[in-house]
Design a protein. Sequence first.
Length: 294
Amino acid sequence: MQKALTFMNLQLHHVVADVTGVTGMKIIRAIANGQRDPQVLAQMRDVRCKASVETVRAALVGNYQPEHVFALTQALALYDFYQARVDECDAQIEEVLAALTAKKARPIAPLPQARHRTVQPNAVSLAEALVLYQLAGVDVTQIHGIGPYLALRLIAECGTDLSRWRSAKHFTSWLTLSPGCKISGGKVLSAHTRKTTNRVAAHLRLAAVTVGRTNTALGAFYRRLSARIGKAKAVTATARKIAVLFYNAMRFGIDYQDRGASHYEQKYRERVIKQLHRRAAEFGFTLQEKVGVS
């Protein structure tokens, strides 16, 4: 659809975040139904759209060639067809979740509020979120980096009983997110993580990249490692932390509490100072804080 719009010199993708969003689909359907007036099309802008009506109108001044309008209509029909198939898949997922939770008791505590108000693409419905909460017994979406859709993917791959892995170290080793141990003759030849096609590890790495841009403790951890050892290793280390949090939540029901990036930085500073004092004591020195410098 965006390709057909570009051929007509309609720069809709520059004024909306997603052409398949509320504003984009209203305008595309109107064009397919014969509407050509930029002012009328711009009035279909959703109130949440950041671009003004004038900006949207200017982006919809184009050349409506019949062949490109036909291509847009065909692409719109295919989009609707695939969306109908996705709805059928969602209905099947709801049936499977309902069957899995048929014999499980409902949690006493209500479902915690979502951390984000925005609706993400392919996000699970509220009914699916409640069933997922009942199935897992804990809301893993409170862990930063894990949304409802990713939580469903992780549970589908790992199940709800993580006792098959004796500890979080065994779990992260299975995910190949822990350092390797290639030793020969008592000498460590390599500590690189093993290559894998594990889908859970791939999802967690993507989550690590996303959480690295947040003002959270996990985000501060990612940025600190990224500056010291590089982004690739920082992604692996952050993905491992998310995997450990997911394991502890699923197996032991531990609630995730994030205290923010500032709390993490303060704890890291205290840990470094404590290490410096210990190293200085080993050499017979004493460290003193300089007056006026925190």
